[in-house]
Design a protein around this ligand. Structure first.
Ligand SMILES: [Zn+2]
Ligand SMILES: [Zn+2]
Length: 389
């Protein structure tokens, strides 16, 4: 049986990969260097079924077990970085100015590569493992997971279950968190344009001031959550953009408001899509203005299947013991586009501890290389749990 010590042997090599990826971050679908690096490594492990160029720079590689017939399970890592100027101060900081791995996807990629190296030389399992290296997790629609699903990877590679993992600051190194049902929120975005009547700032009574109306609308939207939503339900409405004129003495003719909606399920998405324009329109019309409204359904909630969650818990427990696996972890309202793969196939998404580091998407964030053996070990344990003979 394999334990964490097995994966410590791979740690120094995986650390080199991880730091190379961290120094050379790339954005969205433009992951040419990253994808080449991954494909070369996979080939060097003796994996010969590698398909590149899926959703531009995505990769799926198959490792066939030598233990007989069985299903194919998908293991997914995302590879893209963020448009953030790095401030981690690390020796391996980004060489690409204004781009950094601030969400740990460098670590995710290195962990799946480490598991690939191990599995390619330990094929004593049934069926096959599909290694899914995905671009563009961090982008607006269509994101990388959706495009890989649309390009048919589940059918083409015969994937019957699919699993994902994300590093989590605040969970100790060597610990895991997971729960059945929703584990990450949905993400929808909205735009509101308040159309008033501009004029001189000294004569507000000759205008329909969209700035004042915007202030009322923003507060009104907060009341949708506090006064119109069941307190036991989870809904976040955040206004994140506000754009008006640029002068001291002009009341503009319109103001643009934009924001994001996070929920844990489709019924609350529909509720928000209905309520936000109703409140904005009602308030605007009370002051004599009109609105334009757009609602963009983006990423659905990440929903863990009960049976596959049990398998993921069993795999993590066999690596680190039951006490180090929280199987009722608190749900995050952050969104994760792995949800599209879980819409296509049953599976589960697990959080792996990154220790007390800065939050993801913070310029000071860095993946902790001490987490590498646990991520690599979890993938291998999952294969042994589901496809073991
Ligand atoms: Zn992120
Ligand atoms: Zn991420």
């Amino acid at each position: 049986m394999t334990g964490v010590s097995t994966f410590r042997e791979l740690q120094s090599e995986a650390t080199e990969w991880r730091r190379y990826l961290h120094e050379n971050p790339e954005l969205d679908y433009r992951l040419e260097n990253t994808a080449n690096f991954v494909a070369e490594k996979l080939a060097s492990f003796g994996i010969n079924h590698i398909e590149t160029g899926i959703a531009d720079t995505g990769i799926v590689a198959l490792i066939h077990g030598e233990g007989g017939e069985g299903p194919t399970i998908g293991l997914r890592a995302d590879m893209d970085a963020l448009p953030i100027l790095e401030a981690s101060g690390k020796a391996w900081s980004s060489k690409n100015q204004g781009i950094m791995h601030a969400c740990g996807h460098d670590g995710h990629t290195a962990m799946l590569l480490g598991a690939a190296k191990y599995l390619a030389s330990h094929r004593d399992f049934r069926g096959a493992v599909a290694l899914i290296f995905q671009p563009a997790e961090e982008v607006e629609l269509p994101s990388g997971a959706l495009r890989m699903v649309q390009e048919g990877i589940m059918d083409r590679f015969g994937i019957s279950q699919v699993y994902g993992m994300h590093i989590q600051p605040g969970i100790d190194i060597g610990k895991f968190g997971i729960c059945p049902g929703a584990i990450m929120g949905s993400q929808d975005d909205f735009d509101i344009i308040i159309k008033g009547k501009g004029g001189h700032a000294a004569h507000p009574h000759h205008t329909v001031d969209p700035v004042t109306i915007a202030a009322h609308v923003i507060l009104g939207l907060q009341a949708v959550v506090s006064r119109k939503t069941d307190p036991l339900d989870s809904l976040v409405i955040s206004v994140t953009k506000l754009k008006a004129a640029q002068a001291y003495n002009i009341i503009p003719d319109h103001v643009e408001i934009a924001g994001t909606v996070r929920t844990l399920g489709a019924s609350l998405q529909a509720f928000a899509e209905r309520e936000i324009p109703m409140v904005a329109k009602g308030i605007a019309s009370a002051f004599g203005a009109e609105i334009e409204f757009k609602y963009l359904r983006s990423v659905p909630a990440t929903y863990n299947y009960a049976e596959q969650t049990k398998l993921a818990v069993a795999a993590a427990q066999s690596l680190v013991g039951p006490a180090a696996v929280d199987d009722a972890v608190k749900v995050s309202m952050g969104a994760e586009d792995f949800s599209y793969m879980l819409e296509a196939r049953p599976g589960a998404f697990i959080l792996v501890g990154n220790g007390p580091t800065a939050e993801c998407h913070n310029p000071a964030f860095d993946f902790d290389d001490q987490a590498l053996p646990y991520g690599m070990g979890y993938w291998v344990k999952l294969v042994e749990t589901i496809l073991g003979r």
